[in-house]
Ligand binder design. Structure first.
Ligand SMILES: [Zn+2]
Length: 492
């Protein structure tokens, strides 16, 4: 909660590594964990005279990312040199884009909710975010530090990452709470994975985010000094860091101390942010157009082609599930939280022809089993077609809901199909109507008083007869057939 009378102003920058197999301006492999400096060549080592050649796959994936985020791909964009000195940047500049980015003017609608102190979400609401741009650029290498501070400390430069393609996604300062920023980053992560543009895994560093945070009194239009939060290893840490920063800045303003423009880190152990470096006013990167690369032009035909190859986006899929399958917003949202889960659901719903029951089983029983065993949907020992088979059997009434749940647990443990597990468990119901008729005849014969009362108008007794037949069958008679036969026999 933000202190009354104040508001936070938050802008987000995300660097997403585009999932190419080779680097953006040379043919070196993009690989993690290789021998240091093994995936390098004269281009990504920045040797004099080496010339960059743009990787078309990076443009394809950049286009997918841009379209998935509601950005407009620009007909012409220009690569530019961003000049600065750092050991992991061998050329002394980074090839990026400046005043003519690859894509711009994005409008993205996300779903967002505040969380109560126990972490539960309150009401989900749509929010439209303005994404100013997503430009293409190359990543720098890595400086690796070894040894304890001040004791035999070594620093190494590993250029395997130098030249990896990135999309840098920059929003307007639209966010007012840490949870909005949290929901935004999760939305971006999911759609980038969904369309195959990026693995977007924060732990592996192929999605990195920075938050620019300032606070002001409600009603003010001017911005106060902002703090840049960096090196955030997870979306949750980012949310905590923003929350901490909002409080810290409000306190500082109220004490008349003001807030310094600086870069801060999240200190996980101390549960606070701390200064990384003070930030002088805008760096002078002396951007100028990259003379070794042509401006990048993309045709409408190219954009149409990329669009045609893209899968249905999660929000569109969610809305379709709500209208086609009559699912609730919450259930449909959960099903599209993961592409594999959404596909698993669609297959189960289609094959079982019961979308409602499919959603229930997947979101409760199957999800629980997956969580307990630490498996992903893709690793589920119960494939969608087997779950559909179980749901179909349940639909015939030959097993009841509780039995179906038990069967699913066993299918999950053994990997066997529904019919086999039902047989093994002895859950096979008596659906043979002649056998049931025999039971019904016996019950009618031994309960003549009740039969007379029922026929005399005491219709409540019907339940009594159902109970007797079920008991006589040891719970195995198909209740639907029992009902039909009893109706027929008692009324004749
Ligand atoms: Zn290279």
């Amino acid at each position: 909660m933000i202190k009354e009378g104040w508001e936070a102003v938050i802008g987000m920058e995300i660097h997403a590594q585009l999932a190419t197999s080779t680097k953006i301006f040379c043919g070196c492999a993009v690989q993690t964990g290789g021998e240091p400096n093994s995936n390098t060549c004269p281009v990504c080592l920045g040797l004099p005279g080496a010339l960059p050649v743009l990787n078309k796959r990076a443009v394809d994936l950049g286009a997918r990312a841009a379209l998935a985020l509601g950005l407009q791909i620009q007909e012409t964009s220009v690569f530019a040199r961003k000049n600065y000195f750092y050991p992991d940047l061998p050329k002394g500049y980074q090839i990026s884009q400046y005043d003519k980015p690859f894509s711009a003017n994005g409008k993205l609608t996300i779903m967002t909710a505040e969380r109560d102190p126990s972490g539960r979400s309150t009401e989900w609401k749509p929010m439209t975010i303005h994404i100013e741009r997503m430009h293409l650029e190359e990543d720098a290498g890595k400086n690796v530090h070894e040894g304890l501070p001040d004791v035999d400390k070594f620093s190494y430069v590993d250029l395997n990452r130098a030249g990896t393609p990135l999309g840098e996604i920059v929003t307007a300062p639209d966010f007012r709470t840490s949870w909005q920023a949290y929901d935004y980053v999760n939305h971006v992560r999911r759609v980038l994975q969904w369309v195959g543009a990026s693995d977007a895994d924060m732990e592996k560093g192929n999605l990195r985010c920075e938050a620019n945070v300032s606070v002001r009194k409600i009603g003010e239009n001017a911005f106060n000094n902002k703090v840049e939060l960096k090196n955030l290893n997870s979306v949750r840490f980012m949310q905590k860091a923003i929350e901490f920063e909002i409080d810290r800045q409000i306190t500082a303003h109220e004490a008349g101390e003001g807030v310094r423009q600086e870069t801060r880190l999240w200190d996980e152990k101390g549960n606070r942010t701390r200064v990384m470096r003070s930030k002088e006013d805008a760096h002078d990167y002396r951007y100028f157009p990259e003379p070794d690369l042509q401006p990048l032009t993309v045709s409408t035909a190219f954009i149409d082609q990329v669009k045609s190859e893209m899968p249905e986006l999660p929000d569109a899929m969610r809305d379709r599930m709500i209208s086609d399958y009559s699912l609730s917003f919450a259930d449909a949202s959960q099903l599209v939280s993961d592409k594999d889960l959404a596909e698993f659901y669609e297959t189960t719903a289609k094959e079982s022809d019961d979308p409602r029951v499919s959603a229930n089983f997947i979101l409760s029983e199957l999800t629980r089993e997956l969580n307990n065993s630490g498996k992903s949907v893709a690793e589920s020992p119960v494939p969608a077609s087997n779950l559909a088979e179980l749901i179909k059997i349940l639909g015939t009434g030959s097993i009841n809901n509780n039995q179906a749940k038990e069967v699913l647990v066993e299918m999950f443990a053994s990997g066997n199909g529904a019919a086999q597990v039902i047989k093994e468990k002895g859950f096979e119901q008596i659906s043979d109507s002649s056998a049931i008729e025999k039971l019904v005849d016996e019950i009618i014969e031994t309960n003549q008083n009740q039969v007379t009362a029922y026929r005399g108008g005491n219709e409540k007794l019907f339940g009594f007869f159902v109970g007797q037949v079920m008991k006589a069958s040891q719970g195995k008679a198909n209740p639907k057939i029992v009902n039909d036969v009893l109706n027929k026999k008692l009324k004749s």
